[in-house]
Design a protein around this ligand. Structure first.
Ligand code: SIN
Length: 332
């Protein structure tokens, strides 16, 4: 549904933006997901009096993100977006898996109203907490129909759901936007747009993913290729019930020979195996004869979500092509 309303709904899921520490100078030894979303919003004077609603969907450190929270979030988001009076939705989240949730929501809902994820690198109790400004910027974007689709805003920078990368463990300026660059900026409450989000319908399996018991979602694991990699890791995951595997390869998606051999054993056992790149940017280009398929530009974490969805539509991607509408996302 396109936007006609003026209300912004803020869905809280936890993270450092809702974190507290014993001291205002402590930005490392804090507890994430301690404050409720109402308290996080109440700390931003400029939001008082605005047409907002808060809903606590989860209260988690996003390192522990799982299918149950994703499903609850996806359902809550779909419900809020369907309300005519809602202009857009903000999601407060941890930074650690922000890029995974952004990609998940993009592929599962492909919303036609603004859905703006935001987070913080410093807890709410920090001397110079970054959460309040990030939240204010997120509400500004969520109210503006020109910013429809899933995006994230941090430090005044707006990132698309395919391009968001957490690239630093603790610095305030922790995010990058891959090869694609930023969607735009928010400066003193004024958004500036550099490029549009590529419109794509949701994945064909999205509705099933949201409605089906999340314990029945296809099990897809990620393995990394590295010096001394052991095929036994893949064998163990297959024995433990993996239905799909993403191998984060070196460089342009190349695999240690021990993993390549184990990948063939996994495929022979009916497990879908794709390769990605462990490099932060670039993805995988090309499909040499005999190489495992890949989802091109997708990161290993994005490829995991895509493979889960493809498996849910009933296909091992390189054997039974599924119905992924965006050719950029098909495994090659
Ligand atoms: C989390 O991801 O929930 C904790 C770390 C953070 O938000 O920066």
């Amino acid at each position: 549904m396109a936007s006609t309303g003026s209300k912004v709904v803020i869905l809280g899921t936890g993270g450092t933006i809702a974190g507290t520490a014993a001291s205002a100078t402590d930005s490392i030894g804090y507890r994430a997901a301690s404050l409720g979303v109402e308290a996080v919003v109440a700390a931003v004077p400029a939001l008082q009096g605005q047409a907002l609603e808060c809903l606590q969907v989860a209260q988690t450190d996003s390192k522990d993100m799982d299918a149950a929270v994703w499903q609850a979030l996806g359902r809550a988001l779909a419900q809020q977006l369907a309300r005519a009076e809602v202009a857009g939705v903000v999601i407060t989240h941890g930074t650690d898996t922000l890029e995974e949730t952004a990609y998940f929501l993009h592929r599962v809902l492909a919303p036609r109203k603004p859905v703006v994820l935001t987070a913080a690198m410093r807890p709410a109790t920090a001397l110079m907490a970054d959460g309040p400004q990030n939240l204010l910027d997120a509400v500004t974007l969520a109210r503006d129909a020109a910013w429809c689709g899933v995006q994230a805003v941090l430090g005044g920078r707006v990132y698309g759901p395919l391009d968001l990368r957490k690239r630093h463990g603790w610095q305030l300026d922790a995010f990058g936007s891959g090869d694609a660059g930023l969607l735009g900026l928010v400066q003193d409450g004024v958004p500036r747009r550099f490029r549009d989000l590529r419109a794509a319908p949701p994945h064909a399996a999205a509705a099933r993913l949201l409605s089906q018991d999340e314990r029945d979602w296809p099990v897809v694991d990620i393995v990394s290729s590295h010096a001394g990699a052991r095929g036994a890791v893949i064998d163990a995951l297959v024995a433990a019930g993996a239905m799909g595997l993403v191998i984060a390869g070196t460089g342009n998606g190349s695999l240690h020979q021990a993993l390549a051999q184990a990948a063939e054993r996994a495929r022979a056992a009916g497990v879908a195996v794709v390769r990605a790149s462990r490099c932060l940017d670039g993805g995988v280009v090309g499909a040499p004869a005999g190489a495992l398929p890949s989802y091109g530009a997708l990161t290993p974490w994005q490829a995991r979500i895509e493979l889960m969805l493809d498996l849910m539509s009933g296909g091992v991607p390189d054997v039974v092509p599924g119905a992924v509408p965006d050719p950029g996302l098909r495994p090659r």
